[in-house]
Ligand binder design. Sequence first.
Ligand code: PEP
Ligand code: MG
Length: 323
Amino acid sequence: AQKRYADLRTVAAEDRSGQTVRLMMNAGLMADLPSLKSSGADGVGLFRTELQFLIRSRVPRRGELAALYKRVIDAAQGAPVQFRTLDIGSDKVLPYMKPQEEPNPAMGWRAIRVGLDKPGVLRMQLQALIRASEGRELSIMFPFIAAPDEFHTAKAMLLREIDREAALGHRVPCSLRVGAMLETPSLAFAPDSFFAACDFLSIGGNDLKQFFFAADRENERVRRRYDTLDVSFLSFIELIVKRCAENDTALSFCGEDAGRPIEALTFAALGVRTLSMRPASIGPVKHLIRRSDLAALRGVIETARVRGSQSVRHAVTACLACQ
Ligand code: PEP
Ligand code: MG
């Protein structure tokens, strides 16, 4: 199987009727970057920036971060890299941060909420990213955006930092893509003006699913209780696809489910045409897409829904067996 996947490295994830799906990889360390080539990923769809903050006993310095981000962009050799700004709090606790006594950390003071309330670290991280770009394209996404004003404020902060860096004589990105992670159901119902201001949205399925079903992703008793291919969740994904299409906002899915072949195929059939996953999943997902017909699969999903199935898993799996 490894050899079969290796042979697929240089071919597109194209279904039998010529529909292509962009497969990107998730990363968080410099050591992940060689996988870009070995997996055949089209870029880094999610670069988690928490690790550099978690491994030290102090806040990393701007110069250290800029050097790392530059090495990441260099290693990508022109392939896109979407950096996610710091997502701490909840399951990711920094050793040097005062522990927060919160009854529900996953719904607490985390991610962009911390970044906006105490902007020092976020600003420093944005400066490091701008410097690391050295005039190349830069893609940044903000985590856990639950309301449009959080995105607008964070984006304004980024634009201010770019002006400031330019005034200091540093090169600034030749083009900038600013996006948000869609991890709370509320964001799918934001006004069109939010979608229009967003260059791209990435569905953080791990968090989105936990809030959609109200099932803690850290709790073994409930984390597998609800199927990702539940028709309610898929209808919600379809709503996001529709809103993005109407507003010309690029869309991807970067939670762990994007790396599960049946889930990946289902999302692609529903119109999510960029998936970001761990590198080892790229081969298996690509293999399955290449033997499938996404339009036919969409028909099968629709039929299962009309019949009243709670999950389309059985229908999708059966369809694959006969394709
Ligand atoms: C997610 O929530 O799906 C996601 C990609 O972010 P993380 O797993 O880092 O919370
Ligand atoms: Mg998340």
